[in-house]
Design a binder for this molecule. Structure first.
Ligand code: PMP
Length: 406
């Protein structure tokens, strides 16, 4: 493990931002569940597009447009390769949120009174609000599978909620508030046994571990480039081809059409049927570079690095007085905690004075925080470039927080 740790921390030199100081201290960036930092390779791929071959794609019969089209389509292939999807099954969206909204508008609006959507209590607002709103419009119903005090899903309760009335099951692969890992493969089997579709919010899993669409056996997977070393403004909706073919587009306009008359429109092939208008070309190209970067390192190495860091952090935080850590034993590289009665925002502000970036608040999971009786938590989340030394600094800084508020 020590080898993986030292190996991966060598990647730090690729991330210009990690060299900066914050409040006179070296930056310790522990807010990766919110967004990741970007390596030089990604920044340079985006600059190269704007400097050398900026043009709109698909339409132009000129060299620059051909080059831009090739690079954009290469990014589709790279994203497909990453999760073992087939051509046409990767739709570029703005982010995970838009991917889930696409599903809510396209499939969700076909629901009827009596139909049910099953979610878990630990969903990010992005995988809750779209379904809740669609249920209101269609007079269908949302049901929530319970999680225990550690944020782990109660599978028995989940299974009891999935019935012949269930049309859609949607759940996070890894929950962003507590880092719990859901058994999405088993959940998909249960969903399918009742004829429901399985949607996986993989915003916190695809960036951190190998994920295979066929092994998960689900119908849809949503994730964001910005959480996996790529730029903001581009995300993915993976969909099983047979399902995507049945679905109606979510946005209408240019590029998503094959033929238009004043009366009728024939939609384009997959995936372009769902990519209306000029897409985020530079974003896709930067995302492609991020996928290359991650694949070169290997997502299994990224995962073991983060697991080693998480074990170390849990041990280190357990030594700190008054620090209460939430979440299950088996977790991803996300640690949510509170320190005594200190408001999470106050704790995060003091950590910032020490150059340590963490997130504090409800982590876009307000109903979950309310259920747990928490006003919020401080959340440290890791990525491939984080070090044990940074965790040591976090623990020492927490000592300061405790003293300030004693
Ligand atoms: N789902 C989960 C589990 C997340 O952690 C996030 C981001 N915090 C999202 C959805 C939304 O991602 P985005 O803001 O990139 O759409």
């Amino acid at each position: 493990m020590a080898t993986t740790l030292s190996l991966l921390t060598k990647t730090r030199k690729d991330f210009p931002i990690l060299g900066r100081n914050v409040n006179g201290k070296p930056l310790a960036y522990l807010d990766n569940a919110a967004t990741s930092q970007k390596p030089r390779q990604v920044i340079e791929a985006i600059s190269a597009y704007y400097e050398n071959y900026n043009a709109n794609i698909h339409r132009g019969i000129h060299r620059l447009s051909e080059e831009a089209t090739a690079a954009y389509e290469e990014a589709h292939k790279k994203a497909a390769g990453l999760i073992g999807a087939r051509e046409g099954e990767i739709i570029f969206t703005k982010n995970t949120t838009e991917s889930l909204n696409l599903l809510a508008y396209s499939i969700g609006l076909t629901l009827r009174p009596g139909d049910e959507i099953v979610l878990t209590e630990a969903e990010h607002h992005s995988n809750l609000v779209p379904w809740q709103q669609v249920a209101k419009i269609t007079q269908s119903q949302v049901k929530f599978a319970q999680v225990n005090e550690k944020g782990e899903l109660d599978m028995e309760h989940f299974q009891s909620l999935v019935t012949r009335n269930t049309r859609i099951v949607a759940a996070a692969h890894v929950t962003n508030a507590f880092g719990a890992i859901n058994p999405v493969k088993e959940m998909a089997e249960i969903a399918h046994s009742e004829g429901a579709l399985m949607v996986v919010d993989a915003a916190q899993s695809v960036p951190h571990m190998p994920v295979s669409a066929s092994q998960l056996g689900c119908d849809f997977i949503a994730f964001s480039s910005h959480k996996m070393l790529g730029p903001t403004g581009i995300g993915v909706l993976y969909g099983r081809k047979s399902e995507l073919e049945k679905m109606h587009p979510f946005l209408y306009g240019g590029d998503m059409i094959k033929e238009v008359s004043y009366e009728e429109t024939k939609f384009n092939e997959l995936p372009w049927k769902f990519e209306a208008g000029t897409p985020n070309i530079s974003g896709a190209i930067g995302f492609g570079a991020a996928i290359d970067y991650l694949c070169k390192i290997g997502l299994d190495s990224v995962q073991s690095h983060e697991q080693a860091l998480t074990r170390h952090a849990l041990k280190r935080l357990a030594e700190e007085k008054d620090v209460l850590v939430y979440g299950p034993e088996k977790r991803a590289g996300i640690i949510s905690f509170n320190i005594g009665n200190v408001h999470p925002h106050d704790a995060a502000a003091i950590l910032d004075m020490e150059g340590i970036a963490v997130r504090a608040g409800h982590h876009c999971a307000m109903p979950l925080m309310k259920k747990m009786g928490l006003q919020g938590t401080v959340r440290a989340s890791f990525y491939l470039y984080n070090t044990k030394a940074e965790i040591g600094r976090l623990a020492e800084a927490l000592e300061k927080v405790r003293k300030v508020f004693k």
